[in-house]
Design a protein around this ligand. Structure first.
Ligand SMILES: [Zn+2]
Length: 420
């Protein structure tokens, strides 16, 4: 059973799959979800294009914008440009290079969204175990999360294990890119990697760059009178449909660590809540991964399962405008479907986290019996502003008010409050 909690009132009356139960009290259930996330200690977030759209990165399957401007007559969708078959013709390879160059420029210019900043807040408060991103824009790195995929196999002589002196939290980056990034290109012949930035002019012209490593090696062979082995072409280090992930085994190892713990049991710190956001879950590998995490966190739920509105019962949350299809594949996977925009929910959750932090500080100060100096009073005032802000934002969301977006940053909000 999945509880459907709308973030905004909707006119949609689509019945949906039989296992969806519509919330009778959305406000109460929304509070329960917020509480569940705040009470969790090791949250795993699996995210997709939905969290980066507001940063100006086009959605993968968007019929408009970037893909429309570069696709040729024989390519019908943005998805075609992300298929391994793109390298089978010079024409499609050229279009792919141009599209990657444009995406790279957009990613460089992109600023973290409210949801990205929420990830940082969760990390700062010690609640974030891992973010698995399907996005290739690396915006998570810009908001300060450690980022990348460690090479387990190379580092530990072929054995997949963590260094026993360090915990997994010290070794593993907070954010793992599932489909590569726009930061690197690699040679299709010798596999060497290079910064994409260095080859941007060539990609912009639709020309796959020649590999500097192969070129140098070939020149040396020529001087030594040996025959040429050829020079490879560089390609962006993003994972395409229908091809094997170069770091797939390393990513798989991190997923195993986070879902079931290390084989030695040392430093056991597995996920206790799964938040899936801004993705339609159509990629097979991601579907499998979501199921794996859902099974793991549900397995650790208290045996005496309380009512669905109880935060301790909520272990898996899906946050997206649409439910993934085919819906039958997701029966029993998500406890709650928050139907709405990721950024709107991020505003609510961020405010609630800050409000609680403020209250905790107040309680601590009261316990210590310390007198309120000017700084304390200023913090107190800020807390009151936060409380007002949360209340206004919730009203905005309930009224489907587009100006909620304008109240995102603290400074802007304080200006809004003072101008009223
Ligand atoms: Zn090469």
């Amino acid at each position: 059973m999945t509880l459907l909690v709308p973030l905004e009132p909707s006119t949609s009356s689509a019945p949906g799959p039989s296992f969806l139960r519509h919330s009778k009290s959305p406000d109460t259930d929304l509070e329960a979800v917020v509480k569940a996330i705040i009470k969790a200690k090791r949250i795993v977030v699996i995210c997709g294009a939905g969290i980066s759209v507001q940063a100006g990165i086009p959605a993968f399957r968007s019929p408009e914008g970037l893909f429309k401007s570069v696709k040729g007559d024989n390519l019908v969708s943005g998805k075609d440009l992300f298929d391994a078959s793109v390298f089978t013709s010079e024409h499609s390879t050229s279009l792919f290079c141009q599209m990657i160059a444009q995406l790279s420029e957009l990613s460089k210019a992109a600023e973290p969204t409210t949801f990205h900043r929420l990830l940082r807040t969760l990390d700062d408060s010690g609640k974030l175990l891992r973010v698995y991103t399907q996005n290739i824009d690396s915006i998570e790195r810009k908001c300060g999360l450690s980022f990348g995929i460690p090479a387990f196999k190379d580092r530990y002589k072929g054995k997949y294990r963590l260094n026993s002196k360090l915990s997994s939290a010290q070794i593993l980056p907070r954010c793992v890119p599932l489909h590569g990034t726009l930061e690197l290109v690699h040679c299709q012949l010798c596999n060497h990697s290079f910064p994409l930035e260095d080859h941007l002019p060539s990609l912009t012209q639709g020309l796959p760059p020649q590999c500097p490593e192969c070129t140098m090696s070939d020149q040396c062979r020529e001087l030594a009178g040996k025959r040429s082995r050829g020079v490879g072409r560089l390609r962006p280090s993003v994972v395409l449909y229908n091809e094997v992930h170069r770091d797939g085994e390393d990513v798989g190892e991190i997923i195993r660590e986070d879902s079931t713990g290390s084989s030695t049991g040392k430093g056991r710190s597995v996920a206790d809540l799964l938040l899936v956001v801004g993705t339609s879950l159509r990629v097979l590998g991601t579907k499998r991964m979501v199921r794996e995490f859902a099974k793991a966190v549900h397995g650790r739920r208290p045996s005496s399962c309380p009512s669905p509105a109880d935060p301790s019962a909520i272990k898996t949350v899906y946050l997206n405008l649409e439910f993934p299809v085919p819906a039958r594949d997701w029966n029993g996977v998500f406890d709650v479907w928050l139907r709405g925009d990721a950024q709107e929910f991020a505003v609510l959750l961020d405010q609630e986290i800050r409000r609680r932090q403020c209250l905790t500080q107040r309680k601590r100060r009261a316990k210590e019996g310390s007198s309120y100096d000017e700084q304390s009073q200023a913090r107190e005032k800020e807390c009151q502003v936060s409380l007002s802000r949360l209340s206004i934002l919730r009203t905005c969301l309930q009224r489907n008010c587009i100006f909620a977006y304008q109240l995102v940053t603290r400074r802007n909000f304080v200006k809004e409050i003072h101008s009223q």
